[in-house]
Design a protein around this ligand. Structure first.
Ligand SMILES: [Zn+2]
Length: 247
């Protein structure tokens, strides 16, 4: 294991092109639950609302908004982990370095390199009208429209429904984000999967794309993944521990 840390440290010091793909493990290192498969059962207490249900009834929309508000409440008390900051340091190095985040919590965000972060499952911090695309700040819309008026209609076009920008079950991912993530997977020297089980599609297609384009795959995840055999380096360890060893 010690040798693996040394090797990882050496690779990360290179001026190579890095693409990171992060999953829930990155957020749990900040103390957030894994909203998709959390053992405390976030989605057991808060029934998920599918995209189809959201479109159908106002009751479902209010429920969906309430769920997202609960998520925002959990995030409010969290701050970026050492590993978040470490990834950001590498993004700062060159504009070709990209972070594909499956995380919706925005803990990875920095205004300095907004264009280098691709949130393929969207973000809980913003909301958009499904008709005219007008964007809102989630918390503000929740307080002014949902809480006060129990109404999720757009202030601008009036008829459109405003939905939090996290991708719901049954909702298509943004084609723009997918394209950016695909390009980042094609154009890197090292593809680093971090805190992700690589079980969720389409995120698990990106390491394949990277490998097909001769990138070297590195996997940093507490549990083993089905891609481990194809990686040049695998460390199955807690992310904070990994950070400790390579910092
Ligand atoms: Zn609208």
């Amino acid at each position: 294991m010690k040798q693996d840390f040394t090797e990882l440290k050496k690779i990360l010091q290179k001026n190579s092109k890095f693409t990171f793909l992060s999953g829930a493990g990155l957020s749990t290192s900040s103390g957030l639950p894994d909203f998709r498969s959390d053992p405390d059962g976030f989605w057991k207490k808060n029934t998920p609302v599918t995209f189809q249900e959201f479109q159908k009834s106002e009751t479902s929309r209010i429920k969906s908004w309430t769920n997202n508000f609960e998520i925002l409440n959990k995030i409010r008390n969290s701050s970026p982990s050492n590993m978040h900051n470490f990834i950001n340091k590498i993004l700062c190095r060159r504009p070709e370095n990209i972070h594909i985040a499956q995380n919706i919590d925005g803990l990875h965000r920095s205004h300095k390199f907004k264009d280098q972060i691709v949130e393929i499952h969207g973000s809980v911090h913003t909301s958009s009208c499904l008709s005219c695309n007008k964007q809102y700040e989630t918390l503000k819309f929740y307080e002014e429209n949902i809480l006060k008026q129990q109404n999720s209609n757009c202030n601008s076009c009036k008829d459109g429904l405003v939905k939090v920008d996290t991708i719901s079950f049954g909702q298509a991912l943004s084609q723009i984000s997918l394209k950016k993530a695909q390009e980042a997977s094609e154009n890197c020297d090292f593809f680093i999967a971090i805190g992700t089980s690589l079980k969720v599609s389409p995120a698990n297609q990106f390491p394949n794309i990277a490998l097909q384009n001769n990138a070297k795959l590195i996997i940093l995840n507490k549990e083993e993944t089905s891609f481990d055999r194809r990686a040049v380096l695998v460390i199955n360890e807690d992310l904070e521990e990994i950070h400790e060893q390579i910092n």
